[in-house]
Design a protein around this ligand. Structure first.
Ligand code: SF4
Length: 236
């Protein structure tokens, strides 16, 4: 009799970390990990694909774009070690999903409750722009996470690329997307009985947060909406 894997999410995370499907992204991440940024020259960069992170019982799934070259590609944890991660974690802390309002490194004591953070692409892309073929190659990981995170009621999608990737995953699972959900900050799309509700948000990139395109109040409203839809508050 075959042995059941006791922790399929951990097995998936190992599979992601060891993936080599996209040669352009793999060589870019490895090169960045060797060349480094001056501010982090004494650190050992992760340089591998970055798996999802959070609560396996999450009712909220957050889908980002991809690791940042000197953020998650350095620290090995999604949304960790850059300004986007801090912006996100401050919001998750205010909403009660995170025990601390920062995300600095993989051993910083951050704990998430009720939320799991994933991404459309798991390797840092040059200029934060993955190729369509690379997004396509990475989609099965998001699909597999969605399968394993069986309590998810709300998906907050950060940015248009993540939004389109999430729609692809849902369409591949046979979810009807007519009319096609439109992207816009704060847009809410109920997909039907028994299916998660999509909530779209601008990505908390430095470009968006420094210009005021995405403010903390705008970001807080996304998680207020998510909490309202899921109907329960996390306890971290
Ligand atoms: S982007 Fe995804 S599919 Fe491509 S190498 Fe990285 S983990 Fe693998």
């Amino acid at each position: 009799m075959p042995r059941m894997n006791p922790d399929p999410l951990a097995a998936l995370q190992r599979q992601i970390v060891n993936c080599e499907r996209c040669p352009r992204l793999r060589s870019y991440c490895e090169r960045v990990a060797v060349e480094k940024k001056r501010a982090h020259r004494d650190e050992v960069y992760w340089g591998r694909p970055v798996a999802g992170f959070g609560d396996p019982s999450a009712r909220l799934l957050i889908v980002g774009l991809a690791p940042a070259a000197h953020g998650a590609n350095r620290t090995g944890r999604v949304f960790t070690g850059d300004s986007s991660g801090h912006f996100l974690m401050r919001a998750l802390h205010r909403a009660g999903f995170a025990n601390i309002p920062s995300s600095t490194h993989a051993a910083d004591g951050l704990k998430l409750a009720g939320v799991y953070i994933a991404a459309a692409v798991r390797c840092a892309p040059p200029d934060n722009k993955p190729l369509p073929s690379e997004i396509e190659a990475c989609l099965p990981f998001l699909a597999a996470e969605l399968d394993l995170l069986s309590s998810v009621a709300v998906i907050v999608v950060l940015g248009r690329i993540a939004f389109d990737a999430t729609l692809r995953v849902l369409a591949n699972r046979g979810v009807s997307l007519r009319p096609r959900p439109a992207f816009g900050h704060g847009a809410v799309h109920a997909l039907g009985p028994g299916l998660p509700t999509l909530v779209a948000s601008y990505h908390p990139s430095r470009q968006n947060t420094n210009t005021g395109r995405l403010t903390e109040a705008m970001f807080d409203s996304i998680f207020t909406t998510a909490l309202h839809i899921q109907g329960s508050r996390p306890t971290v």
